[in-house]
Design a protein around this ligand. Structure first.
Ligand code: AMP
Ligand code: MG
Length: 413
């Protein structure tokens, strides 16, 4: 049996980033940029005011105070969207709004709160009293402060978040080139499975894994394609697994244990290549990986929690690598274990658990319910996988343990 790390390395060695595609700006959200995004203009395109107030020459108001205001003649009113036409000379000011272009001659803006309207209520032709000094450049946003025309606002490989969408929009890009989303086929296996819409008869259960997996695929930024249920015979399993090359990646659940009817591994060996089929972990040791016609293939175990944990550890990093992400793994944090845990020394355990913050950067962790791999509630109530290494069989309450955060997107380690 190989270790979790060995399995992960074998998987990632078989995965390459997909090609790119051009998509509408909003459809790029959460995806990885395939090329630099270059600006067609300076941003900001002109020097402008950061405040509503009066554009002035800073030297004119150096001695201004509430007790002894400096009175300036108002020569122009400049709302946003209008180009100023009057130069501000010594002893003069222009009334200016946030985002409006700075007039010639002025080098600072006094915010409205530090002024008092004088003659004509501070309109052009009247006066304004300045109650406080400003430094040259204060409350002015300069041309090209964000980026110069011809420079990149976003760089290939960066993840497109909401701010990136705003930056791309500000420099005139209505589309972006991003890595393609992996198309992921999902096949459940088992004679006992019925569709979710049906009421299970004797010995039957609903096919819930196709749904939990499709949800994980979606959450990982990929496109799920559920192909239905393969029955536990070689012919039917072969016909569904044979569709792998229509997709970027294929996942099956169930049919990889030691039972007489577990035919997935045999079919994989027949029509593809098997890389490994057992990993020293719990839940879900029979984690199977290989390729079919070059398409990566994951034969996850059937128990609902084993399926989801296998996806987290092996499939999610593969999907992220295909989608072009540099960071493949969830963040990990160290936490204080709330209770004793006994385990088998030979295997890595991934317990479904809940992290709680007890102080800044300090967490405690406790299991979040029954740890049977057939049950999903502990996974639902938890927010992490408590990772307990092989080589030890007892972890006492109070010891430090490592947790993989399932409630966060990506880590830096
Ligand atoms: P298997 O590995 O095929 O023996 O499946 C292990 C356990 O997981 C059995 O109890 C199955 O009934 C259950 N199981 C398998 N596939 C699914 C599925 N798609 N949805 C829910 N449970 C499943
Ligand atoms: Mg089965």
């Amino acid at each position: 049996m190989i270790t979790v790390e060995e399995a992960r390395e074998l998987v990632l060695a078989r995965i390459a980033a997909l090609d790119t595609e051009r998509v509408a700006l909003l459809d790029a959200l959460g995806r990885v940029l395939g090329e630099d995004v270059v600006s067609d203009i300076d941003v900001a395109p002109f020097d402008n005011s950061a405040m509503d107030g009066y554009a002035v020459r800073a030297v004119d108001v150096a001695d201004a105070s509430a007790d002894s205001p400096v009175v300036l003649d108002v020569v122009e009113y400049i709302p946003a969207g209008v180009a100023p036409t009057v130069t501000v000379a010594t002893g003069e000011a222009s009334r200016i709004m946030t985002g409006a272009p700075m007039p010639e001659g002025a080098d600072a803006v006094v915010m409205i709160e530090r002024t008092e309207a004088g003659a004509a209520d501070g309109a052009p032709g009247g006066t304004v009293e300045i109650l406080a000094p400003v430094k040259a450049g204060e409350n002015v946003r300069y041309r090209a402060e964000e980026v110069r025309a011809g420079e990149a606002v976003l760089v290939k490989g960066e993840v497109v978040g909401a701010a990136a969408i705003g930056l791309a929009a500000s420099v005139g890009h209505q589309t972006l080139t991003v890595n393609r989303r992996p198309r992921v086929a999902i096949v459940s296996t088992g004679d006992e499975l019925v569709e979710v819409s049906e009421r299970p008869g004797p010995g039957q259960i609903r096919n819930s894994n196709s749904y939990s997996l499709a949800a994980q695929v979606l959450a990982a930024g990929a496109e799920p394609h559920t192909l239905g249920i393969a029955r536990d015979n070689v012919e039917h399993t072969r016909s569904l697994l044979g569709r792998a090359s229509e997709f970027d990646l294929m996942i099956t659940t169930g049919g990889v244990s030691m039972g007489d009817l577990d035919v997935v591994k045999g079919v994989l060996e027949e029509i593809g290549e098997l890389e490994f089929w057992k990993v020293a972990m719990r839940p879900g040791a029979p984690q199977t990986f290989g390729t079919i016609g070059g398409t990566p293939f994951f034969g996850l175990p059937g128990n609902p929690t084993s399926t989801m944990v296998g996806f987290e550890l092996f499939v999610r990093p593969a999907i992220r690598k295909m989608a072009g992400f540099a960071t493949l793994d969830r963040p990990r944090v160290s936490a204080t274990l709330s209770h004793d845990v006994r385990k088998k020394a030979a295997r890595r355990y991934f317990m479904r658990a809940r992290l709680t913050k007890v102080a800044d950067c300090t967490y405690s962790v406790a299991v979040s319910g029954n740890q049977s791999s057939a049950l999903l509630t502990a996974m639902h109530r938890g927010n992490c996988l408590l990772s307990l290494p092989e080589g030890k069989d007892f972890f006492p309450a109070g010891c430090e343990v490592e947790c993989i955060r399932l409630d966060m997107e990506e880590g830096t380690t």
